[in-house]
Ligand binder design. Structure first.
Ligand code: UDP
Ligand code: MG
Length: 314
């Protein structure tokens, strides 16, 4: 029996681009030496996305639809697709054709040759602004320096993952999902395929700097406790400096007396230590908040309905 490849597509307000996307993807999949299915996840779109993918599913039963009860975000939408994929390998891909389906055959070849994870590495970031490129680069340097995983630069969620890697991934039910980190964390043999990243085929990006910033915090807090350690070492250092200063002050007062000066130094110390304290309470808070979310054990996504899946595989 031929192997099955599942292509997973999270979609949030992608009505404008879906038909171009599927028309590009389908002939490529048809040319592969494996069977395929496309799992479209409608992540609470407010446009016609759901209607369009349902119509496609009605015509071609290899196109399947998961409809989430609201917008859960790309990571959760992708998780829904990973859970429902029946393939011997899966490829998550964006709906906007920024991840070119043209390299899928190369990825599949490597998989059939025995590789477990095939990363799609973008060889340019021309479509991103200078600032975005720069911040991205520093983020990866920082991330890899302070965590014990190695997140490859210029690799998005677009990659091929074999079944045994997928099973491990699916067993990790954390609510806060930094997918790139999880993909790297599981390990296994990997290979790279390179591509040029294009601009969006149509529609608008859902990312902005605030989201990216939060994404970065997510990555760091999910895979590193280093920020918590900074507090400890800063604390030690400041305590040491304070002690030296206190000894100095006491000695001075004892030897030469004092004529009540020092308002500026007291204010400086109070404000500085106040600021440092608040900052680290904030960092601890980031972690506590995440622990809170994890212990509640809420589902990662809620399925409103699904189309095209047979009953026994839900
Ligand atoms: N997406 C999603 N839920 C969201 C935001 C985005 O499922 O809340 C999907 C979106 O439809 C697309 C992919 O995630 O298929 C990437 O989104 P986008 O192209 O906006 O991000 P960018 O490529 O600009 O990083
Ligand atoms: Mg995009």
């Amino acid at each position: 029996m031929a192997k099955l490849l599942s292509v997973l597509v999270p979609m949030y307000n992608e009505a404008e681009v879906i038909s171009i996307f599927v028309d590009t993807l389908r002939p490529i999949l048809d040319g592969l030496p494996v069977d395929w299915e496309i799992i479209c996840v409608n992540d609470g779109s407010t446009d016609n996305t759901l209607k369009i993918v349902r119509e496609m599913s009605a015509i071609d039963d290899r196109i399947k639809v998961l409809n989430l009860s609201r917008n859960f975000g790309k990571e959760s939408a992708l998780t829904a697709a990973l859970d429902h994929a029946r393939g011997d390998a899966v490829i998550p891909i964006d709906a906007d054709l920024q991840d070119p389906p043209q390299i899928i055959p190369q990825m599949v070849d490597l998989w059939l040759a025995g590789v477990d994870v095939v990363n799609a590495v973008r060889s340019n970031r021309d479509t991103d602004t200078r600032i975005k490129r720069l911040t991205a680069r520093y983020f990866y340097v920082l991330m890899n320096a302070i965590s014990n995983i190695d997140v490859p630069q210029n690799v998005g969620d677009f990659r091929l993952i074999s079944r045994r890697v997928l099973d491990v991934l699916n067993s990790m039910r954390e609510r806060r999902r930094f997918m790139k980190g999880l993909f790297s964390w599981v390990g296994f043999s990997s290979a790279n395929v390179f591509y040029e990243r294009q601009g969006r085929a149509a529609g608008k990006t859902k990312w902005n700097y605030w989201r990216l910033w939060n994404f970065a915090i997510e990555g760091i807090t999910s895979f590193s406790t280093f920020p918590l350690k900074i507090a400890t070492y800063c604390g030690f250092m400041l305590a040491f400096i304070s002690l030296t200063y206190a000894i100095n002050l006491t000695a001075n007062t004892l030897i030469v007396g004092t004529d009540v000066k020092g308002y500026p130094s007291i204010m400086t110390a109070v404000l500085f230590f106040g600021g440092v304290n608040l900052m680290f309470i904030g960092i601890v808070g980031e972690y506590v908040g995440r622990i809170y979310e994890e212990v509640k054990q809420r589902p990662i996504y809620i399925l409103e309905s699904s189309t095209g899946f047979d009953k026994n595989s839900n």
